[in-house]
Ligand binder design. Structure first.
Ligand code: CTP
Length: 319
């Protein structure tokens, strides 16, 4: 059976120290993982002291009006005005209001998903969260199709849709948005000034083509609150990744949380190369000084939570 637990206690005789994944020595032993309900509830309570996912998942219509000035979270000196389109797309009530799900999947974008066969298992969860509009159709066997919430950093428009330079790319984005079919599209619109135009393009497309998505725009305080929670728990992250943000939010409305596609290492436990993303040719950049993320550090924290039964990490094959 391919589910795994992560076990630090034994090390192979020959250790390639250039590969961080070795430290995360993973062995098949699914039967050992048990959900720790008490710990999950405790974590939910602790996180609630910093943020409330129900509220912080999106700014609501009642709290802003067109023309309001917003200071970007990472570029405090730069401002944006709330456009008419953005205002129209703000939800009236939280898309997570009163929601509780028995099991949730959070699907990260690591290439470790390739050949995992995890698609059916992922799709069987009650609520499935995906990151950065990652494609699903061509990879459904490994990543599944069900999408209840998908994030979209504005940079995705540049990276995956060529900044909509021509009709072909515009059409590709349109098709991807249409395929979301009622799910929540979570757009961090107030983080960095660089995303301004891209957010506006997407907002315009959604309205013009009456795309069936429920848009959500995270609160201005979310990132600092998430960072604060993890700092208090001695996880010194510079800027939480989308995956960690999603886990932190999910603790509020998910009873059990299952993580797939979280593996920020270039080699798997068998020393085979792993793509950074399952769907493109982006290279590992997290080790560079310039990168705002500290994914291996995050992974270590998630691994500890896995060992304690607060969440389940799957980094190998599914049944
Ligand atoms: N992830 C991972 N290992 C990888 C790639 C991604 O664990 N090799 C996880 C991270 O938690 C990440 C999430 O999957 O946040 C989604 O991947 P990606 O789209 O690359 O997200 P980010 O890098 O966080 O995007 P951004 O830099 O735009 O925040």
């Amino acid at each position: 059976r391919a589910e795994v637990v992560i076990n630090d206690s034994s090390s192979p005789a020959v250790v390639d120290r250039s590969n961080e994944s070795i430290k995360h020595n993973i062995k098949p032993a699914s039967s050992k993982w048990r959900h720790n309900q008490t710990l999950s509830l405790k974590i939910r309570k602790q996180i609630l002291k910093f943020l409330d996912a129900e509220k912080d998942i999106s700014v609501l219509k009642g709290t802003l009006k067109p023309g309001d000035v917003i200071h970007y979270v990472f570029d405090r000196d730069s401002t944006m005005n709330v456009s008419q389109n953005l205002y129209e797309l703000l939800p009236r009530t939280s898309p997570l209001k009163g929601k509780q799900f028995p099991t949730c999947a959070i699907v990260g974008n690591s290439g470790v998903l390739l050949s995992s066969g995890c698609g059916p298992e992922i799709d069987a969860h009650s609520f499935v969260i995906r990151c950065n509009l990652a494609p699903v159709q061509e990879y459904s066997q490994d990543v599944g199709m069900k999408t209840d919430l998908v994030t979209m950093n504005p940079s995705v428009i540049q990276r995956a849709f060529e900044d909509l330079v021509n009709e072909t790319w515009r059409e590709k984005l349109l098709q991807r948005l249409h395929s979301l079919n009622g799910s929540i599209l979570w757009i961090p619109a107030f983080m960095a000034k660089g995303g301004k135009e891209r957010v506006e393009w997407v907002n315009e497309l959604i309205l013009k083509h009456r795309i069936n998505v429920r848009t959500a725009y995270p609160s201005l305080r979310l990132l600092h609150a998430v960072r604060g929670y993890w700092l208090t728990n001695k996880v010194h992250i510079k800027r939480p990744t989308t995956g960690l943000l999603m886990y932190t939010l999910a603790t509020r409305f998910c009873n059990q949380i299952y993580l797939y596609g979280f593996w920020p290492f270039p080699l798997d436990q068998n020393q085979n190369p792993v793509k950074y993303h399952y769907y493109d040719s982006l290279k590992y950049g997290y080790t560079s000084q310039a990168s705002p993320h500290t994914m291996p550090l995050e992974f270590k924290a998630l691994k500890t939570l896995h060992q304690q039964g607060a969440l389940k990490l799957t980094v190998g094959e599914c049944d």
